[in-house]
Design a protein around this ligand. Structure first.
Ligand code: PLP
Length: 246
């Protein structure tokens, strides 16, 4: 069982619905905590309403005090207050692997995080995380190579900068860990535009860690999952396609 913490995208392409679909497809039960509600369709973000930090914390406490959670995945958090409350809670559970996907903007471009949350990621959440999965835009916005090299010395286990947004013929992720950086070749770039791939990838890594896989194994399995679900992607609306997570 894993705990996914993130925002509701009513189109079902990204956010909590994507997390729940990915975990379920991988045979892992997803306990699910909502941080914010969005108004968005497959192509545009119209409104973001963060839930009170205290309400997010209460949901997470209810799950963690009752259930045997084997990994936690953080998606969109929205506010610095929610980030701080969760960091305080997660500090009490160092036994549970933590995957942090720092969601700053929606695929369509609208903001999903207030600016002060960036410092909370850097100062509190990443140092507690086993894995961080920024995309290249988020990686740059959070300080890039210098900041993440320092975070790896301050407690972050590994950073995987996902390369799906790039434009080369192959998708390459940058994996930073143990003082080294290396490329992970994730295969040929597929034609078309997709959303919900970052959520799927991070949740699949959490599902692997929950099974007891090493990071290398979890990463390879997550990549294979994303590939498989992109090969059966659907276009449910007028915006980008979403992975067929089943
Ligand atoms: N969480 C929510 C609520 C979102 O709306 C989005 C994107 O729009 C994301 C997370 C990130 O989605 P992706 O997996 O495309 O990075």
């Amino acid at each position: 069982m894993i705990l996914v913490i993130g925002g509701l995208d009513p189109s079902g392409g990204a956010g909590l619905v994507a997390d729940v679909q990915a975990a379920t497809a991988l045979g892992v039960h997803p306990a699910s905590v909502a941080t914010l509600v969005t108004v968005q369709d497959t192509g545009k973000l119209v409104r973001v309403e963060p839930l009170a930090a205290e309400l997010v914390l209460a949901q997470a406490q209810a799950v963690l005090s009752d259930m045997a959670v084997r990994a936690i995945k953080l998606g969109a958090l929205g506010t610095a207050a929610t980030g701080r409350e969760l960091a305080q809670l997660l500090r009490t559970r160092p036994d549970i692997p933590l995957v942090t996907d720092p969601v700053l903007v929606a695929t369509s471009g609208g903001a999903l995080a207030e600016e002060p949350l960036r410092a909370v990621y850097r100062d509190e959440l990443f140092p507690l995380s086993d894995v961080a999965t920024p995309n290249s835009t988020e990686f740059a916005a959070l300080g890039g190579e210098t900041v993440f090299a320092d975070l790896l010395r301050r407690g972050l286990g590994s950073c995987i900068v996902t390369g799906g947004e790039g434009s080369g013929p192959r998708v390459r992720h940058l994996v930073m860990r143990d003082g080294q950086s290396r490329n992970f070749d994730a295969g040929a770039r597929l034609a078309g535009r997709f959303r919900g791939t970052g959520c799927s990838f991070a949740t699949a890594i959490a599902a692997g860690l929950a099974r007891g896989d090493s990071l290398e194994t979890a990463l390879a399995a997550a990549e294979a999952f994303v590939r498989r679900t992109l090969a059966q992607a659907i276009a449910p609306g007028r915006g980008p396609a979403v992975p067929g997570r089943w």
